[in-house]
Write a protein that binds this ligand. Structure first.
Ligand code: TTP
Ligand code: MG
Length: 375
């Protein structure tokens, strides 16, 4: 049986800032762009969260909710550096590490576990937390179970500094009381639909008969049914799977001119379309990444009616997303276009944090190491 850890750093950017600047420790820290220039919150320290502040919220709202919050501009290079240190610690435990973003990874620790010799999953997880703390100063929340998605859910349950172990055989009981939207592959829209049918929890879902799944989920029926029952054999992928193809460009001078932005966006869309075609990929989700003059970085995404690598639909949707963000006086340092959600069954693997069609969501995919740059 496999033993898989999902590890996710706590309030990552904010904790790095608190480590580097002792004056910020114990205080509400808001990492992100300036409120005056419509900046958004990348993350908030745990001291700020009781005020209702969260990632992707406009900084202006955050400041209103938490006036004593200290705004800190993001330092992406520093976060990448810290991320490398953390991933190095992970790789000391196993070679089978799958990073999901700068602050998050799956680890297959099956080899490190040997129950006969007293090396239990719990012990390995404690040791991992201790080493990360000792070597980087960061705290990491950890979930351990026999499957990736159960571990992922578990790591989130006792944040910050969490540790939740789900013993093999206890998966169904562990999942049953949780909201159905926590299940891998159930996005917010599907969750809403299920709630309308009286399916509130994963337990409700698991109790449905097989033909109900076939009716509601079509081709995905079997995989959703097995997951609801706590069964999943998805291995930890060390090789990078292409999850998104994107292209971005930073301008020598900030651009505010609509026509020029349009032209740049067209070029980016063509590049991405060509690259998708070269890889034989078709995607449904189009994301536009924007960095403003003040370095605020955010992205907007929406979904195409069907998977595509044609330049026209990608370009049109990208332009719609960007247009909604154009306001008088706003200038851009960087633009990026990305396509993800590929049609080879990838969408089944979408995590609940992917908010289809929800433009308020800042996609973290942009910080994923597997984002493929154009040649
Ligand atoms: P998360 O792991 O989602 O958040 P977190 O580490 O700040 O807090 P938590 O304890 O809940 O895990 O994301 C990791 C980093 O990615 C986060 O520190 C900042 C960045 N990020 C954004 O820039 N925008 C976003 O919308 C999200 C969700 C994250
Ligand atoms: Mg985190």
């Amino acid at each position: 049986m496999a033993h898989i850890i999902h590890a996710d750093l706590d309030a990552f950017y904010a904790t790095v800032e608190q480590l580097d600047n002792p004056e910020l420790r114990g205080k509400p820290v808001l990492v992100g762009g300036r409120p005056e220039s419509r900046g958004v919150v990348a993350t908030a320290s745990y001291e700020a969260r009781p005020f209702g502040v969260h990632s992707a919220m406009p900084m202006r709202t955050a400041v209103r909710l938490c006036p004593q919050g200290i705004i800190v501009r993001p330092r992406f290079n520093r976060y990448r550096e810290m991320s490398r240190l953390v991933m190095d610690v992970f790789r000391d435990f196993t070679e089978i590490v799958e990073p999901l973003s700068l602050d998050e990874a799956y680890l297959d620790i099956s080899e490190a576990v040997n129950e006969a010799e007293g090396r239990w999953p719990l012990g390995v997880a404690l040791e991992l937390k201790r080493r990360v703390k000792e070597e980087t100063g960061l705290t990491v929340s950890v979930g351990v179970s026999a499957s990736k998605y159960v571990s992922k859910i578990a790591s989130d349950l006792q944040k910050p500094d969490g540790l939740v172990v789900v013993p093999s055989g206890d998966e169904t009981g562990f999942l049953a009381p949780l909201a159905v939207g926590k299940l891998w592959g159930i996005g917010p829209k599907t969750a809403e639909r299920l709630n309308a049918e009286g399916v509130e929890t994963i337990g409700d879902l698991a109790s449905k008969p097989t033909d109900w799944f076939a009716r509601v989920f079509g081709q995905r029926a079997e995989s959703v049914r097995l997951r609801a029952a706590g069964q999943d054999n998805e291995p930890v992928h060390t090789e990078r799977v292409t999850k998104s193809v994107s292209s971005e460009t930073t301008f020598p001078d900030d651009i505010g001119d609509t026509e020029e932005l349009h032209r740049v966006l067209d070029e980016l869309a063509s590049g991405v379309s060509g690259s998708l075609e070269g890889k034989g990929l078709q995607g449904r989700t189009v994301t536009v990444k924007m960095r403003l003059a003040d370095f605020t970085t955010f992205s907007r995404q929406s979904t195409l009616p069907r998977p595509s690598n044609d330049v026209d639909p990608i370009r049109e949707l990208a332009w719609r997303l960007l247009s909604a963000e154009l306001t008088a006086g706003r200038t851009f340092r960087l633009l990026g276009v990305g396509v993800s959600n590929f049609s080879d069954g990838e969408e089944e693997r979408q995590l609940p944090l992917t908010l289809e069609g929800d433009f308020s969501a800042v996609r973290r995919e942009w910080w994923l190491p597997e984002t493929t740059p154009l040649p």
